[in-house]
Design a protein around this ligand. Structure first.
Ligand SMILES: [Zn+2]
Length: 302
């Protein structure tokens, strides 16, 4: 008993020395391209990281307007975590060049591309300009499959351990607690989503494909004829006819997608129109990853 007590005291002393030698300034400065990335970095990094996002969750993730404040944050970052699969191709590369921060350039230790941790769906066979603003590496909106979240969290944990080895044990402990809570929530989401299994969905953009595929709903296509290109009146009329013949049950748009085309289709078919968030902050109730998923389910009525 005595030796246990001594060990405990030694442990306390070691902990005290460790905390004294690591002032608050030692926090790893993490910049995530999108809110969900900053949130996972916070969940894993706890008090040891200072994480922020470049984009707001209610913005179109394909086109973020560059502001000087983004440049300042890129300048100071020790770690830049991007979604990848070319979701940032339309806005981040020029900012990253201007920032001139060697620590976070692609290929550096302070750079992490999350798409490398997951399996992408919808990889095109060949890419041509006629395909519109296509995602040439596959669908980049993979964070909307709950099974991808722990994979992404694992990559962020490993990267934080690489940059701050002294706190790796605490990062791993946070990861395991996060995974446990995520697993529990995922079980409940799967039970709720089972009610919608087999339902037919029309989307404005291929934004929630990972989500609907995960829960066995059937995707019937998109209102935009090509990614990033709005439909013509004729194409919209064709979509109405197709939605009727395919007996579509749910018409989905992202918060940043134009409202009129989706509303037109719903008015002419009677199909319920649902606006779904794709990231934290896209709707007020999506405050973290758990409430993001929860708000998607609630909006779908389950
Ligand atoms: Zn997209």
């Amino acid at each position: 008993m005595k030796s246990f007590k001594t060990l405990k005291m030694l442990g306390l002393a070691a902990g005290l020395i460790a905390s004294l030698s690591l002032p608050a300034a030692a926090k790893v400065k993490v910049v995530g391209a999108y809110p969900y990335i900053a949130e996972i970095a916070r969940q894993i990094g706890g008090n040891q990281v200072d994480a922020s996002a470049l984009a707001s969750g209610d913005w179109d993730p394909h086109f973020i307007v560059a502001k000087p404040s983004l440049l300042t944050r890129l300048n100071q970052a020790q770690l830049l975590v991007i979604n990848g699969a070319q979701l940032e191709i339309g806005w981040l590369p020029p900012l990253l060049r201007q920032a001139g921060n060697a620590r976070i350039q692609p290929g550096s230790t302070g750079f992490l591309e999350l798409s490398n941790s997951v399996n992408l769906i919808q990889k095109p066979q060949q890419v041509t300009r006629a395909m519109g603003d296509v995602h040439p590496q596959g669908n980049p909106h993979f964070i909307l499959n709950p099974d991808n979240v722990p994979k992404v969290a694992n990559s962020i944990t490993n990267k934080l351990c690489q940059l701050d080895a002294a706190n790796c044990k605490s990062f791993k402990a946070n990861q395991s607690s996060f995974n446990q809570r995520w697993k529990q929530a995922s079980t409940s989401w799967a039970q709720r989503m089972a009610k919608l299994k087999g339902q037919r969905v029309l989307e404005y953009h291929r934004l929630h494909d990972y989500f609907f595929t995960r829960y066995g709903l059937s995707l019937t296509g998109t209102i935009e004829p090509l990614p990033g290109i709005p439909p013509s009146p004729q194409q919209l009329a064709d979509t109405v006819a197709r939605a009727k013949s395919q007996k579509v049950q749910i018409n989905v748009r992202g918060v940043y997608n134009p409202n009129d085309p989706s509303q037109f289709v719903s008015q002419h078919t009677g199909i319920k129109l649902v606006t779904l968030p794709h990231d934290i902050g896209a709707v007020p109730e999506a405050k973290d990853l758990f409430s993001l998923y929860d708000s998607i389910l609630r909006r779908l009525g389950v």
